[in-house]
Ligand binder design. Structure first.
Ligand code: HEM
Length: 511
């Protein structure tokens, strides 16, 4: 499909999963690379980060600064404890809200949004980071006691409104920059809109605050590295910024140059974690609580699976620790997370730009054309499209899973929320099918994190976050379905596709 927008070059939309996969995995970056559309969208909030770059030497230089941040040891030892602390804050807040709401619904989107910001702050800046997005809401709740006191029938279905508290300067600036991206998206000229927004004192102040806190975090980390100089292995890395500074120091030592801790790439990548990792994770968790509340059997089975997989926590009547959650062997948990990602459609389209004159399914695509690949299209959320194999690209046909071997969910209703689709019978070492089921992330198509050389860099961190949040929520609360008027599945199209309504109705469970 090709769409024409006023004053803009046409955009080509690819719905077919096989074609999208071919473009992402085999034709990127030579024929299709990251589009200018994305840098136009983000540049006013995030001046220099690899998410906006073409796949060239500068991109590879940025990636080198981030190397090992997604390693299992960094995620387990550094990232997970910081994120767990933030996720637990959300649980504590919801305990209070559940008690006050006394069986009524309340809007959960802001809490999830702020908790996810704290999680990504924790990842980037470590446990001593003093700014919390959720704390003002927790403080505002501290003044409320008892229950809502409203038990009249006419208010039973209406949501309870809770106070939010005021964000501090750093959190407000960060949220302001994220909100500015949403304002710019969809405008006729994103460059012009950024230009106009840049004239406003609010945006200018937000950028100043962002630059100041990013530079301060880099300076603090650089001081630690300098103090430990000569014994760099003794430095206790507590955050992504510590790791990046140490890495820059090592790269500089190897190249015989002075380290540049405050380069545009260092600053850009540090703030890039927040832009790339905040909205995406919070939107996915928001979809997750909706799907779990509306699919009680899935929620109950997940809780049972968690209890069996983490018996020490269950028998000691406590929450599982971060270490226990990451180590949980619960195929159903993996299946639920994967299904939330598939159905939520947090990122509805993946952007690419044609680097050369080329073709998609027999149609000429001139160099410079923006291409959007749907993550919720046929094969993923609806039956597959019929496509003549002779229209496919040479790369598709010559690939191992080429002509005629398209994958889709046609055996399972692609519309349905059904984590079981990700479970397959396990096999013994001789290839014999066994009774047990295992999680198979390749059981069918999904594009939740994109694919190929420009797929989501933070994917492993995202799984850690989703695990920690979903396990703590399901372990601590029963999520009941909300009244139909609060349970719409419509979405708001922004940088991510967020649920328009994200209400929860919680009952605190005895541990
Ligand atoms: C559930 C959470 C998340 C989802 C659904 C998600 C999804 C995506 C998607 C669809 C892309 C584009 C891939 C493509 O164009 O092929 C992307 C790119 C990216 N994501 Fe994520 N993401 C999530 C979490 C995170 C986190 C936690 C971080 C880091 C803190 C992160 C950092 C990035 C970066 C840096 C890119 C750009 C990669 C590149 O251009 O090479 N994401 N993400």
């Amino acid at each position: 499909m090709q769409i024409f927008l006023p004053l803009k070059p046409p955009v080509v939309i690819v719905g077919d999963y096989e074609e999208a996969r071919d473009i992402l995995m085999r034709r990127c970056p030579r024929e299709f690379d990251r589009s200018k559309l994305l840098s136009d969208l983000l540049q006013g909030a995030l001046p220099d980060a690899h998410i906006m770059l073409r796949t060239d030497d500068t991109f590879r230089g940025h990636r080198r600064l981030l190397q090992d941040l997604m390693s299992p040891s960094f995620l387990r030892d550094v990232a997970a404890p910081n994120i767990y602390t933030q996720a637990y804050q959300l649980v504590r807040l919801w305990e209070t809200k559940a008690r006050v709401a006394a069986g009524r619904s309340f809007d959960a989107s802001d809490d999830i949004f702020k908790a996810a910001l704290d999680a990504v702050f924790g990842f980037a800046f470590g446990p001593s980071w003093p700014h919390s997005a959720l704390q003002p809401t927790i403080d505002a709740m501290g003044e409320l006691t008892g229950t809502s006191g409203e038990h009249r029938h006419d208010v039973e279905n209406s949501p309870v409104a809770f106070p939010e508290g005021e964000s501090d300067e750093v959190v407000a600036a960060t949220l302001g920059l994220i909100a500015a991206v949403e304002k710019v998206q969809g405008s006729l000229s994103m460059k012009l809109t950024w230009g106009l927004l840049s004239l406003t004192p609010t945006l200018r102040r937000a950028r100043r605050v962002r630059d100041a806190y990013v530079v301060k975090a880099l300076r603090d980390a650089a001081d630690l590295v300098n103090q430990a100089s000569g014994h760099s292995r003794r430095l206790r890395v507590a955050s992504a910024v510590d790791h990046m500074v140490l890495r820059e120091q090592k790269m500089a030592d190897n190249a015989g140059r002075r380290p540049d801790f405050f380069s545009s790439a260092m600053r850009g990548e540090l703030f890039g974690f927040i832009v790339g990792g905040h909205d995406t994770t919070s939107t996915t968790v928001a979809w997750g609580v909706k799907y779990l509340a509306d699919h009680a059997p899935v929620q109950d089975r997940l809780r049972d699976a968690l209890h069996s997989a983490c018996l020490p926590a269950k028998t000691q009547r406590r929450c599982p620790s971060a270490v226990e959650i990451l180590a949980l062997r619960a195929p159903y948990l993996d299946a639920v997370i994967e299904e939330i990602l598939r159905c939520g459609g947090t990122t509805p389209g993946l952007d690419r730009e044609a680097m050369v004159d080329t073709q998609i399914l027999g149609h000429a695509i001139p160099k410079g054309t923006t291409v959007l690949l749907l993550t919720q299209g046929p094969s993923i959320r609806s039956p597959p499209m019929r496509v003549d194999d002779h229209l496919r690209s040479a790369t598709y046909v010559s690939s191992a899973k080429g002509a005629g071997h398209g994958r889709s969910w046609s055996d399972h209703d692609p519309q349905a929320f059904c984590p079981d689709r990700w479970l397959v019978p396990s096999q013994d070492p001789h290839g014999q099918t066994m009774d047990q089921h295992v999680f198979d992330s390749t059981a069918g198509p999904t594009l939740a994190f994109g694919l190929g050389p420009r797929a989501c860099w933070g994917r492993r961190l995202a799984y850690v976050e989703l695990r920690l949040y979903l396990v703590l929520i399901v372990w601590n609360f029963h999520l009941s379905a909300c009244p139909p008027e609060l349970s719409s599945y419509s979405s708001i199209a922004g940088v991510t596709s967020k649920p328009k309504q994200c209400y929860v109705r919680l009952t605190k469970l005895g541990l």
